[in-house]
Design a protein around this ligand. Sequence first.
Ligand code: SAM
Length: 265
Amino acid sequence: MRSVLIHCGLASVLLRLGLLGLEQTRRRLSLRYLPIRSRGLEIGALHCPLPLPEGSRALYIDINMPETLKELRVDAGVVIVTPDILTDGFSLSCIAPQSQDFVIANHVLEHTADALGTLKNWLLALKPGGVIFVSVPIAERCFDRGREITPSTHFLEDYQLGLAGDVMAMRKRNRVHIEEYLNVSAPALSVMQGVPWEPPEGEEREELIERLLGSGSGHIHHHVFSRDSFSDLLGLLDDVYSGSVRIEHVARSRIETVGIIRKLS
Ligand SMILES: C[S@@+](CC[C@H](N)C(=O)[O-])C[C@H]1O[C@@H](n2cnc3c(N)ncnc32)[C@H](O)[C@@H]1O
């Protein structure tokens, strides 16, 4: 019994210091903040669904068909979660408001062009008291290394343009993200995957950019995060929804930062 207590205490300290690995950090936060016997959604689980507390169940949402998801993770032995619902997890328009105990989104928020607007949609789906479990990769620790960290002002502008329905302005901003992705992230990703990177040029590049602009399939990272910038984004959410949300926890592991957001009312 004593060794179990020491183990739990040590793990909590390591969690606070950000010294646990990704899987341990996610598991500990899930067991701590998601209620037992609860019901909710996990968006973009792909190959690593979040472990849930006893008796809890998630519906798995993805925008991509299972065949496409298998192409995203071709590593040997990887099991892909088959989505229960194929829909846009950024809008969650097919989910009834205030119907869910939790929304989980690991390494998904960086794919949306409007992070604040997406967080708002996830909040809408939650019952009061419900929890968003969200994590993003740290740019320095992934193929986004070298890209400019997205400042809070940018997230606020995206949100305001989204509210105003200014499609043309958003398209212009998204194009900049795609260019950055093609210049920095895509070559680094190719190196990581051991496949040669042949930069598309001329018409081919334009066609690819157009395809990515028109696609909601979240193939690129629109925004990039540092540990601090993710906390800033959550602070901004707290400001925009003053009194309706509480940031319960921000934790880090070696490659990502995780936020736990509670909807109060
Ligand atoms: C980088 S993977 C995340 C995998 C896993 N959750 C993790 O922690 O590593 C992103 C996932 O989000 C999905 N996705 C991207 N855009 C989406 C959208 N608009 N709606 C629903 N799922 C989306 C992708 O198909 C993919 O399964």
